[in-house]
Design a protein around this ligand. Structure first.
Ligand SMILES: NC(=O)CCC(=O)C(=O)O
Length: 283
């Protein structure tokens, strides 16, 4: 007998205020998760990049925790179990046994189990004249592994923020059968207005899948001012839901059958000229 797959799935994206107090951040995220689940009954709740600490290289070591023994992991595990949901737990600075620190997303099942963790693969090192300079590599190490989870028969690829700029990574996920990419993210006031929506619509369009981002809320007084605008883009590359700048919960109903519809109607994937080019081929 063939497996019946439910194509509909509700997501709640929590664009959260983040402070310098880790305990306050965890309590706030917990309250918002409980409220979102009671009100909207999502299958998956997503959190922002660096939701338990300020986003800055000088903070990462101080706020870093082991996974899954640290207090943030324990909190997310209990919440996922209590509310019976999947949590894509934004990201936190992770302290590894080798004393390295990673920017890591943990993913929790409705039973409270850690089903995957994604370490940001591409570190955010940029220097835009007159704009922003940021060097994650001053304190962070890069992850080396792709991360795919499966929820109700649907494969979902995970990246973190700057990872979205690398179309090769998204293509690997598409090649593996992903129908959605989720990126906890914290763009800024220089690149956000230029590239935030463009990148999401590009990845959705290139790969004919859903793209979901979750940002911290904008805090104009913060040292790093996040752009906000958490977003859901569908496989037609249409923005179906978008937050404004402040704290907000975005609820989106996903219809995975759209993925197949788009892929059938515009069959670029099978029309590629892999005899002429491939990602491995040198120019
Ligand atoms: N936290 C990040 O990786 C920020 C990425 C970003 O702002 C960009 O422009 O890329």
């Amino acid at each position: 007998m063939s497996k019946v797959v439910n194509n509909l799935m509700r997501l709640a994206l929590l664009q959260l205020n983040v402070s310098k107090d880790k305990l306050v951040n965890l309590q706030h995220a917990s309250q918002k998760i409980r409220e979102a689940v009671k009100e909207h009954k999502p299958r998956i709740v997503t959190l922002p990049e660096c939701f338990n600490s300020p986003y800055g290289t000088k903070y990462f070591r101080e706020y870093a925790e082991s996974i899954p023994s640290g207090e943030t992991s324990q909190t997310l595990s209990q919440l996922a179990k209590e509310m019976g949901i999947y949590i894509v737990g934004g990201s936190i600075p992770e302290l590894d046994s080798d004393d390295k620190i990673y920017n890591t997303c943990t993913i929790w099942s409705p039973e409270g189990n850690l089903i995957a963790k994604h370490r940001k693969m591409h570190l955010f090192d940029i220097d835009v004249k007159g704009g922003i300079r940021f060097k994650e590599s001053e304190t962070l190490s890069a992850g080396n592994e792709f991360t795919i989870i499966e929820v109700d028969g649907h494969k979902i690829g995970i990246g973190i923020c700057y990872d979205i700029r690398f179309e090769e990574m998204a293509k690997v996920y598409r090649n593996e059968g992903c129908k959605m990419l989720i990126y906890p993210a914290a763009f800024n006031m220089t690149t956000g207005p230029m590239h935030w929506e463009l990148l999401q619509r590009s990845r959705a369009n290139d790969n004919q899948l859903y793209v979901v981002t979750t940002s911290p809320a904008r805090d104009e007084k913060g040292e790093y001012v996040a752009y906000g605008h958490s977003m859901v883009v569908d496989p037609w590359a249409k923005v179906v839901k978008s937050a404004k700048e402040g704290e907000e919960t975005v609820v989106a109903d996903i219809d995975f059958s759209l993925v197949e519809q788009v892929r059938q109607q515009i069959p670029v994937y099978s029309q590629r000229r892999l005899d002429l080019y491939s990602t491995n081929k040198k120019c």
